[in-house]
Design a binder for this molecule. Structure first.
Ligand code: PRX
Length: 577
């Protein structure tokens, strides 16, 4: 096991919202937590109400909800009151277009004020919101829009063409709304600005059952196409409480979550959770650049910052002198998610910002942070931290039996926490695959130490985490074999110092094609166009054959073992051994 060193932060700038984990966990009941979330009569609710309108109707009406800064340097700000009115308008636009409760409304949009507004408006109208990563290529886009049956898409000029390439294969898509001034109304597109201006700023918010769906997000597994993970309005209870206790949000904080709204971190902690706490958030629509990031912290006096290990490593690689050119003294609490947080990153942040990064563990499926290092407790370098109150977890074996303390095995959670996914869209069978006995099985392997700290070991399956993004090898393999030159392909994650893992493909060419660097580049470009920039194989090896099981499945485990020079293990099912 790793060398353990324990870090106690003596530089806390505020008393944490949760001063003592044991005390908060003792006698914790979700029933009590629910009381902190305002409901309508008969227990009906709407997460958008808790996120925006409770503040807009109260003392935070004129408080800034969002500072938005675009790539072009233009800065916009919105109060809770303004966000409430704008999202009401968007809900009215959807009603005018005939959108019913639980219809799907998707956004193929860069981070922009319109994205926050339309997401909230969708929830208010009782429909299900779905964000899409703006870098998605044709296949990635088609898979998600087709499966979800989205009726409305909100998009923007530069991304529109990608949508039109696949529009004919989307029978459920009824309306395209284009933000800014990019709509071509002669094609039947709706202009966001025109529709919003014509809509009323009053909207009778839909009163939902807590179990009604609020948003859905596609994520990858080992096999098959991305699956639509569906969340319910009731999840806001935990999204609120974790933003309060883990991100430690307090009323005068300025919070920045760097994740794109196309991923779960962006939705839950770049929109829902912090606003449920009434916190001012910063949204940055531009690209990653170390000096720009530091400039943002300085300009907005960001106090709480949530980012990812790859970004931290990139900042570390930039230059030790760079942060000295900025006033970063506003920072008081730092958190990280998505991949293992190296101890070096935590030590570096203490040196540079005077504050440690706190690791947080969760998944698209869990809907909020379940394991973390709280500001009130000592950090063991390299550990993910401890459980959130009300969460029961264990390390289990293949039969579903909990293993003793110190053993490595499958990280599993007892179902029933409020923000847990409710189903996989139109695929109950796939939802059921997550469970073993009474446990939800995360797909991660981990260990719990004698003090109750959780230690990440790895993925139990072939899912690849690259720069914190989750990529399924099957998606990449399927896209690869669509290239004219590719006969078969096997894809693995190869450990990488900067990105955690990179995607590596082993490709068998069709007869008549010759391996070359040019062909590699062409294949890489092809995948970027189909999936997304983060999902293309940075390394490609051309091979004469691929190891397969007798039933014809590519043995990625073997490809990986060979690549990393590890023992090959059991090959009894191998076809060509
Ligand atoms: O493997 C774990 C890794 O990211 C997976 C979940 O990915 P996704 O659904 O895209 O959600 C990412 C952000 C919520 C997990 O199964 N992961 C997440 N957090 C950590 C992590 N691995 C190690 N340490 C973490 N803190």
């Amino acid at each position: 096991m790793q060398e353990i060193s324990v870090f106690k932060n003596k530089n806390l700038k505020k008393t944490p919202t949760m001063p003592d984990l044991e005390e908060a966990s003792r006698d914790f009941k979700w029933e009590d937590a629910k009381k902190e979330i305002e409901c309508f009569e008969d227990g009906k609710m709407n997460a958008a109400w808790n996120v925006i309108d409770v503040h807009a109707n109260g003392e935070r009406k004129n408080k800034i909800a969002l500072y938005y800064e675009g790539d072009d340097g233009i800065i916009e700000k919105f109060t809770f009151g303004e966000m409430s009115e704008l999202s009401n308008r968007f809900a009215n636009v959807l009603k005018k277009l005939g959108i019913q409760r639980q219809d799907r409304v998707f956004y193929f949009l860069s981070r922009s004020p319109e994205l926050y507004v339309s997401f909230l408006g969708t929830l208010k109208a009782g429909a299900i919101a779905g964000t899409l990563f703006p870098a998605f290529g044709d296949d990635a886009l088609r898979d998600r829009l087709l499966d979800s049956g989205a009726k409305v898409i909100v998009t923007e000029g530069p991304l529109k063409e990608r949508l039109y390439k696949i529009r004919d294969s989307l029978p459920d898509l009824k309306h395209i709304i284009v933000v800014k001034n990019g709509a071509d109304t002669s094609k039947g597109e709706f202009c966001y600005n025109t529709e919003m201006a014509a809509a009323s700023s009053y909207f009778e918010i839909e009163k939902m059952n807590p179990e009604d769906y609020s948003f859905m997000l596609y994520t990858s597994g080992t096999t098959g196409k991305p699956k639509g993970v569906v969340h319910a309005h009731a999840g806001i209870v935990q999204q609120y409480l974790s933003a309060k206790w883990v991100l430690d949000l307090q009323d005068d904080d300025i919070f920045w979550c760097t994740a794109d709204l196309g991923w779960v971190t962006g939705i839950v902690y770049g929109l829902l959770g912090p606003w449920a706490c009434g916190t001012t958030q910063v949204g940055y629509g531009g690209r990653f650049k170390p000096e720009k990031w530091y400039e943002l912290i300085q300009r907005y006096k960001i106090t709480v910052w949530y980012t990812a290990p790859t970004a931290i490593r990139m900042l570390m690689a930039a230059s030790d002198d760079l942060p000295k050119n900025f006033d970063l003294s506003s920072l008081r609490h730092l958190c990280s998610v998505g991949e293992p947080l190296n101890p070096e990153g935590v030590k570096w942040s203490v040196e540079v910002f005077g504050q440690p990064f706190h690791d947080t563990w969760w998944q698209t499926e869990t809907g909020s942070i379940l394991i973390t290092n709280y500001p009130c407790m000592p950090i063991k370098f390299g550990s993910m931290g401890k459980l959130f109150p009300g969460i029961e977890a264990a390390i289990i074996d293949e039969a579903g039996n909990p293993l003793p303390q110190g053993a490595e095995g499958d990280l599993a959670i007892k179902p029933g926490w409020p923000s847990m996914m409710r189903t996989i869209w139109k695929n109950e069978a796939r939802f059921k695959e997550y469970f073993r006995g009474n446990w939800y099985v995360t797909g991660d392997t981990a260990m719990i130490d004698k003090d109750g700290y959780f230690w990440y070991v790895g993925r139990a399956d072939d899912v690849i985490k690259t720069s914190g993004e989750r990529v399924g090898p099957f998606e990449v393999e399927s896209a690869l074999v669509e290239h004219d030159a590719v006969a078969e392909a096997g894809v693995i994650g190869k450990p990488d110092e900067l990105r955690g893992n990179i995607i590596k493909a082993f490709v068998m060419l069709k007869p008549g094609f010759t391996a070359s660097d040019d062909l590699k580049k062409e294949i890489q470009q092809f995948i970027k166009g189909k999936l997304a920039g983060h999902a293309y194989p940075r390394e490609i090896d051309f091979v004469d054959s691929l190891p397969k099981t007798r039933s014809g499945k590519i043995m990625r485990r073997l490809l990986k073992a060979k690549e990393l020079g590890l023992p090959i293990g059991d090959t009894s099912t191998l076809e060509n051994d």
